[in-house]
Design a protein around this ligand. Structure first.
Ligand code: AMP
Ligand code: MG
Length: 440
């Protein structure tokens, strides 16, 4: 491999160089739902036990076990119903000998009671025969009164959720490092936490470049194409966990691009551009960013930061730019413009950046080994090639879709994996084991 300005960088050299310059974003306090998908940075302890009080797990009757011990269908225990306890009841009756209180699921167990008899084990207070599985409460729906017949004896504590049976005060609810999914957010809410300290989602600004680009929904004129990269990359950034902002395509004009990026820096933790990084005459990103003048800082190039443009031993995705710009040294990744190159570059470089800034444990996509169902030919020597493919989890086989050309967006849309053909490999026989990057 040759050195100097024009040497080829390997995929991992480029990635390591990028990640080595980044650290996770500073933690912030967020409302629970804003913290979804984020990594917790505090150990969260339980302030008060759950359940906070013993409560019923069934609709039924709160009883003293001595009163129902001998109850059978032939010889039911007949108890005086002294009241009705709904979930949320604050003032509770005391259940004395020979008494029962009608109780609903989640309602506090009253003093004196030691168990709950499900309504299905009673006559529901209707004074009829044994209740069936469709049993329900009879009598006065607002306030229970009268008698209830109990046909079966509960054990002490049966159908009662003990105080602290879920979590006890002082216990660790969730450890720092936990990714907050739906059940974790549910637990935080249950223990009364309104906010939590997490690493925030990075804000990613996506800018596509190209004077040929037209917004989808608008009519194409000769020579023009729809901007697909800014949509794909914004969606991919969201998938990776970022808050992503899509900026409409910028024409191939150096000053317009510089001004656009400068305007966006205020809301960006990462800037991603597409297009304009090759060696063509209108490679605007390269031109605008390889020398940064006054627009990103105090006038000195040092204050403005620096973006390096590199050639990678990779296919697709050979031209890549990375640097840190503006007063906050915001990371900027300049991706090539071909849609497949842009997307593969996102997966290889931008996704790990987002995951690193979030403090996530899983920075990289999962890689598995699979047997490739077809032969692979003409893989470029000296480049790591990423082929779009479909992975079959059940058979553990992988099949290329579409060709290697980097304008094939349909094949990309039908792929769920990337086959990795190593640098030194130029062809593979059908059935060969290959590394496969799983995209979902
Ligand atoms: P560039 O890297 O700017 O030379 O672009 C390489 C190829 O990708 C050209 O064919 C462009 O028209 C195409 N391209 C660039 N940007 C986009 C975009 N945002 N959406 C779709 N195609 C694009
Ligand atoms: Mg272009």
């Amino acid at each position: 491999m040759s050195h100097g300005v024009d040497r080829l960088w390997s995929v991992s050299e480029h990635l390591d160089n990028i990640l080595g310059q980044l650290s996770p974003l500073d933690p912030i306090d967020l409302q629970l739902l804003d913290a979804q998908g984020c990594v917790l940075v505090e150990d969260v302890r339980v302030p008060t036990s759950l359940p906070p009080f013993p409560n019923s797990s069934m609709d039924g009757y709160a009883v003293r076990v001595a009163d129902t011990k001998a109850a059978t269908s032939e010889h039911p225990a007949v108890l005086d119903v002294i009241g009705d306890i709904a979930a949320g009841s604050g003032e509770l009756p005391t259940v004395g000998p020979g008494q029962a209180a009608r109780i609903m699921t989640g309602a506090p167990l009253p003093q004196g009671a030691e168990a709950v008899v499900p309504v299905e084990w009673t006559d529901g207070g209707k004074g009829g025969g044994p209740a069936d599985s469709m049993a329900s409460f009879g009598g006065d729906p607002a306030g229970a009164s009268g008698e209830v017949r109990v046909y079966r004896a509960p054990e002490t504590g049966q159908f009662v959720r003990a105080r602290g049976s879920d979590v006890t005060a002082g216990e660790l609810a969730l450890a720092a490092g936990t990714v907050l999914g739906a059940p974790q957010i549910g637990l935080l809410a249950a223990i009364g936490r309104g906010t939590v300290t997490v690493r925030p989602r990075p804000r990613v600004v996506v800018v596509s470049t190209g004077s040929e680009l037209v917004q989808p929904g608008e009519r194409l004129t000769p020579g023009r194409i729809h901007d697909s990269n800014s949509f794909a990359l914004t969606a991919a950034a969201r998938d990776a966990g970022a808050i992503a902002y899509r900026v409409g395509a910028v024409a191939d004009e150096v000053e317009t691009l510089r001004a656009t990026i400068e305007d966006q820096l205020i809301r960006a933790d990462v800037v991603v551009t597409s297009g304009g990084v090759s060696v063509g005459a209108y490679d605007v990103v390269k031109e605008a960013l390889s020398t940064l003048g006054g627009s990103f800082g105090e006038g000195a190039e040092d204050a403005a930061g620096h973006v390096d443009f590199r050639r990678l031993a990779m296919q697709p995705g050979k031209p890549q730019g990375f640097g840190r710009i503006g007063p906050e040294r915001t990371p900027l990744l300049a991706l090539p413009g071909n849609p497949v190159s842009a997307y593969v570059s996102f997966e290889m470089f931008v996704r790990p950046v987002i995951r690193t800034l979030m403090g996530a444990g899983d920075v990289h996509r999962r890689v598995v080994q699979a047997a490739c169902t077809t032969a692979i030919e003409d893989s470029p020597d000296g480049r790591r090639q990423f082929l779009r493919a479909q992975y079959d989890k059940r058979s553990g086989a992988v099949t290329p879709v579409g060709g290697a050309a980097s304008h094939l967006v349909k094949a990309l849309a039908h792929a769920d994996a990337l086959i990795v053909v190593p640098e030194a490999v130029t062809s593979l026989a059908a059935g060969s084991e290959v590394d496969v990057v799983l995209l979902d």
